[in-house]
Ligand binder design. Sequence first.
Ligand SMILES: [Zn+2]
Ligand SMILES: [Zn+2]
Length: 277
Amino acid sequence: MFVNALIGLVILGIVFFPLERLWPAQRGQRFFGRPGFVTDLIHFVVTGALTTVGLVLAAIPFVVAIRAFTPAQIRDVVTAQPEVLQLVEALMIVELVGYWSHRLMHSVPSLWKLHRVHHSSERMDWLAAAHLHPFDASFGRLLAVIPLAYLGFSRETFGGAIAFLTLHGIFQHANFRVRLGPLRKVVSSPQFHHWHHTNDPHARDRNFAGLFPWIDGLFGTLYLPDREWPQTYGIDDAMPLNYLRQLASPFRPPPAASPTPEPAVPSGTCVEASSTI
Ligand SMILES: [Zn+2]
Ligand SMILES: [Zn+2]
């Protein structure tokens, strides 16, 4: 599993590194050696593996229990559809559940303690997608299992939807200035999700959707200016760079508020401080 994660890391690096160098959203931003770089590598490999194992173990009893209540007629109708249609439906369900579970993460204090780990990144790039607490990563997916299992979607369909959304999630964190034209409010882009990560007070708590910005439009939380990108990212209080301290942070007393966040584009040298296991 760790070997697969390392292979994935290399492949994603080969794809995204040139894109971020050629068309950066935030010019002058370093990738190698940026603050939290080593910690995010550990998140990618270790948190990713922990989440996958934990999700599978937690989902098995969920799925078995929920499927016992599924009427056979519903399951037959769902599974008789073409696989592509099932995948699209599963994506829609995961997206809708994901939107509301993400919104809960921002509004319920105990859930925000988990989710603020993800929002503590002050530089956005493809690797920052992995910067999240394993309980945070599992929460929305476990909730999505409930309707999918009840309706009779197969494990393969659920896995396909999650794999697609995970890859898209990496894309939308990238420091990559891509314009989708008229599709920008239909399919999410890095600009859409970067605004979700801004620390700018006028744009906070917006853009909760993973793939479809129009879901935010539907529920009144869309913020997507035409060409503008955020100037700052992060949270108001401090988050340690150390990997294990980040995992422990939701269960510790709240940290003191930190001063104004750093600008998105580094102005000088950055030092990676104690960011190892
Ligand atoms: Zn969020
Ligand atoms: Zn994010």
